[in-house]
Write a protein that binds this ligand. Structure first.
Ligand code: ATP
Ligand code: MG
Length: 568
């Protein structure tokens, strides 16, 4: 087919159109700012508070901020927003750095701590006082709340608001010098007690807190409030686009007020997007914290959680999380994403990259009565869809193990696996025909018997006859006993984190431990974080905490099947 020049031009412009349309709203804002000269570069940051481990929601924010900086050839800062010494801990600083590095967001040498700017923040507060835009208040926290009014009622003036600039300077300095107890005095911005936006009704910007800070020690006994500190941090670092989540939308006028009143030459711009929520799991830091503190999970990295450390330990990869975040997109309205989409992403990432091995989670012995003495080695491809992964040799003999539920003495209709009289394929090995089983006194099957067809080596039909079932196996003598762990979600945030009596609404089946699983010999050397497909059973990852040399513990990352369909 021939296409004329104008046809080609038309396609190009249509492509271009699609490009602009598919840009998310944040990219559109940035494009506009660059075009209009509001800024000439893009500089973003990720500003966690070191008060817990990061979770999948944070991963979205990290990858968004880092991704924008990369995309526009700009810079990305890693900044700890450590202005509240009450809840912050050094442990969290380290875990957060580890998680972000693992995700691949490289801050290079751009690691900052908001607490390093306490001096500038203090000066900024003094500047506001000098401009008559801040005053020291003697009201208690309760009184401040009471004076603030409500959505329908304007606030009342704080008696402190009529203080002279000189008095405010003196009192603020005395606050800094430790003359006042916690809560005795605060510094408030003087904005508008009648503002329809309650955040603008003379917000507190500094408080007294006699507390040791993890970074600055006892140097300070006054600490800035988040809404005052954050814009200053952004401005000092030259951030152009300060991306945060939707709950800060109503705080934006205050953000703008702070950067305007402090007369920063290049004021940063706050942009809000919707938080990522996942169905069937808990994402809130405080809920995760509760599970950890009550010992319900075995730490912040328990594989049932969706903290980044937990996802890593479970066997998720940075690529799978990136794919997930990309599929979620960026939006202005809150909604939940199906947890199955995250599972889809890890399957997509691993299916061609990882070898497909045989592991029997709940074994029962299979004896091939007509198999001769001795063993043979079978060459088995590691991944039929990816030849570059090569192959391995697996011993095969008279005695094997198969999954207990791959045999039924009296099968229902449409059961195509092993039952007396039925022929199935042992994966990559031979056709076998079941002849019966042996049971113990309680009636449990202890051994299954079969005969094999020597002409079906490799699992190929010798004469065109078909079998409906293919089951996996491990050789009885060489198989390695390992622990495998299967998971379900621990708490479903949507169904309610708490029961009516205030207890946590836990899923009793969130963890199943199988201590008698058997894997083929090659898996004995699995290293922590190494992952595999166990044919028919799912993707598994060697646990980084509980695996021992030669005795790995395998966490199921995800099963193989899903009814999930990728949304358009
Ligand atoms: P949580 O609500 O889970 O306690 P947080 O917002 O208090 O989290 P911060 O350490 O203050 O945690 O957050 C650091 C950054 O991550 C902020 O910019 C915040 O907006 C962003 N963030 C937090 N949770 C999510 C989420 N679920 N989706 C997207 N971004 C998030
Ligand atoms: Mg927070």
């Amino acid at each position: 087919m021939k296409s004329s020049m104008s046809d080609i031009e038309k396609t190009v412009t249509e492509e271009e159109k699609k490009e602009t349309v598919s840009r998310n709203f944040i990219e559109q804002i940035i494009d506009k700012d660059l075009a209009e000269g509001v800024c000439d570069t893009v500089h973003t940051r990720f500003p966690p508070e070191p008060n817990g481990y990061l979770h999948i929601g944070h991963a979205k924010s990290i990858l968004l901020n880092y991704g924008l900086a990369k995309q526009y050839g700009g810079k990305f800062n890693m900044r700890f927003d450590d202005t509240n010494p009450t809840k912050e801990k050094e442990e969290f600083v380290e875990s957060i750095k580890e998680d972000i590095a693992w995700l691949g967001a490289d801050w290079e040498d751009r690691l900052f701590f908001a607490s390093d700017y306490f001096g500038e923040m203090y000066e900024a507060a003094v500047k506001l006082i000098r401009k008559g835009k801040a005053y020291v208040s003697d009201l208690s926290a309760d009184e401040i709340r009471e004076y603030r009014g409500s959505l329908t009622e304007p606030g009342r003036e704080d008696p402190g608001s009529s203080r002279s600039m000189e008095e405010n300077l003196r009192l603020f300095e005395e606050m800094k010098e430790g003359k006042y107890a916690d809560g005795e005095k605060v510094l408030r911005a003087k904005i508008d007690m009648a503002s329809p936006n309650i955040n603008m009704r003379d917000p507190v910007i500094y408080r007294v807190a006699h507390m040791t800070h993890h970074n600055t020690g006892d140097k300070w006994c006054i600490y800035p409030m988040y809404d005052f500190a954050h814009p200053i941090e952004d401005a000092i670092e030259g951030i152009t686009h300060s991306i945060c989540t939707l709950e800060f939308e109503d705080h934006r006028p205050l953000y703008d007020w702070v950067v305007r009143e402090l007369e920063y030459p290049h004021p940063p711009k706050q942009i809000e997007f919707a938080k990522l929520y996942l169905t069937n799991v808990v994402t809130g830091k405080r809920y995760i914290k509760k599970l950890v503190e009550e010992g319900i999970v075995d730490g912040w990295d328990d594989p049932r959680l969706v903290s980044i450390a937990a996802l890593r330990r479970r066997g998720f990869t940075p690529e799978s999380i990136k794919l997930f975040v990309d599929l979620c997109g960026i939006s202005k309205s809150n909604s939940s994403v199906d947890y199955a989409m995250l599972e889809y992403c890890i399957r997509e990432d691993l299916k061609l990259k990882r070898p497909r091995m045989m592991a029997v989670l709940d074994p029962v012995k299979l004896v091939i009565d007509n198999y001769p003495e001795g063993e043979e080695m079978l060459e088995i491809p590691n991944n039929l869809e990816n030849e570059s992964l090569g192959s391995r040799m697996v011993p095969f003999g008279r005695e094997l193990y198969i999954e207990r539920d791959d045999f039924m003495e009296e099968p229902p209709k449409k059961y195509f696996r092993m039952f007396p009289g039925n022929e199935v394929r042992l994966m990559n090995a031979y056709f076998v025909k079941c002849t019966g089983c042996v049971k113990d006194k309680q009636g449990n099957v202890t051994e299954i018997h079969c005969t094999y067809d020597p002409d079906s080596r490799g699992g190929n039909s010798p004469d065109g006859r078909k079998v409906k079932g293919t089951i996996h196996w491990v050789p009885a003598h060489e198989a390695v006993k390992v622990e495998t762990r299967l998971y379900e979600n621990i708490i479903d945030e949507e169904k309610g984190v708490y029961n009516e009596d205030g207890s946590l609404n836990l899923n009793p089946n969130s963890l199943t431990v199988m201590r008698e699983s058997l894997v083929e010999p090659a898996l004995a050397d699995a290293k922590p974080y190494e992952s595999f497909q166990f044919v028919r059973n799912g993707f598994f990852c060697a646990d980084s905490r509980d695996s021992r040399e030669g005795a790995p513990v395998f966490n199921r990352i995800v099963s193989l099947k899903s009814s999930f369909v990728l949304p358009k």
